[in-house]
Design a protein around this ligand. Sequence first.
Ligand code: ARG
Length: 481
Amino acid sequence: MNNQTLWSGRFEKNVDKSTLKFTSSLDVDKKLLFYDVMGSLAHVRMLKKCKIIHEEDADKIIEGLKKIDADIKSGKFVLNESLEDIHTNVEFALTELIGPVGGKLHTGRSRNDQVATDFKMYLRDSVLEIISLINVLIDTLIAIAKNNTCAIMPGFTHMQHAQPVTVAQHMLAYVFKFGRDALRFFDAFKRMNECPLGVAALAGTVYPIDRNMTAKSLGFEKPTSNSMDSVSDRDFVAELAFCAAMVANHMSNMAEELVLWSSQEFGFIEMNDKYTTGSSIMPQKKNPDIAELIRGKTGSVTGNLVSLLMMTKGLPLSYNRDLQEDKAPMMASLDTVSGCLKMIRPIISTMKFNTETMRTGSSSGFINATDLADYLVTHGLPFRYAHEIVGKLVRYCIENNKKLEDLSIKEFSKFSPQIGEDVYSAISIEKCVEKRKSYGGTSSQSVDMQISQATTDCNERKRFVTTESNKIKKCWQDLVQ
Ligand code: ARG
């Protein structure tokens, strides 16, 4: 081979530098280096076992790949930037080490199946890391919930005071959102865990390869079923990009609340100095920049999902070079999400809740109006009728600058004769919270149930991550044996 490409034979002239530069993916796919070597080791061990290449040749290739793996681990492996991708880099490095016999590695496979396999292996590890980060975030939120089952705060709809809730209930809302995010990654992981290696360019291969063996030795559940689907499938990329966009959205929702809560107007929380920034001009400022950046970065994560869907939408079967454009947005989304997960957790674990301010805020805005209507319902009124009466009472309070609990029985009875002394306890903010014992409600009893449910779910996900990580680690150990 006199050329820097893997396909020079058919060409009379060398490829123009600009072509190489434009088509190169090395800048992005160099992150697949380790997985490319593992995939190659699995492939050559299979070629050996199936007697597709001679034992001595296979052993030379195995030794060469093991040396490359050791070089990667010790930081000695140097990429040749003039080669078009990571697969070419590994193959050239191998040939340099062991001579032309290295060329036998590519028997019965192509870069089309190779890149899909490498990318799936890379993504599996990223997904396990993200699930772990979500689990840690959930642990933090659960700990805050446990300490705040009695801390009352206003609950909002339309950003208006709606009904009183507890800090625990509010934090648990995010626990369940993030729990679903983790589960989505978990599901996507299981769906993508099929190995494309050995489908070759698009149609399969004439060699008697054993795809079950390669799939198993790389930690996949099984080989993919259709060769053309295998090299064109990027569903797993779009799916993970959605998983990333969804968790980014949830972090963004939370970040938005943290920004609001830390404002002078709300004053619900105080962020730790370590996770805030100042202003270059206004000396008094303590800004929630990290939360704002988390909110802002959601834009690119969502954009990446759209890029990927657009990139694949017009493609005929099977492999097309467009597919090379999948890596940058996907890797960026996962990197951004893991960066945000790593930052949002310490903001939350170190911030201080001003529970007094939250409690005081809960007694404004007629937040107990629904409870007054419910009180009338328990005294026999139809809910619609009760709603109307309380609406009038609220209007009366606004006109007279009073709260519902400030009204005398005499004032109440002008609106409804059913209202008696017991109304004050019925509309006390603490009661409003404690009475909401319905499944999933904000009472401490319901919150305790939610905490135990969320803890069980989180532990199950932790077990999944440990099992899968160990399984993958064992594969790598066996491959370099
Ligand atoms: N670098 C390509 C990718 O990331 C793999 C190479 C396949 N190239 C080809 N001409 N078939 O998708």
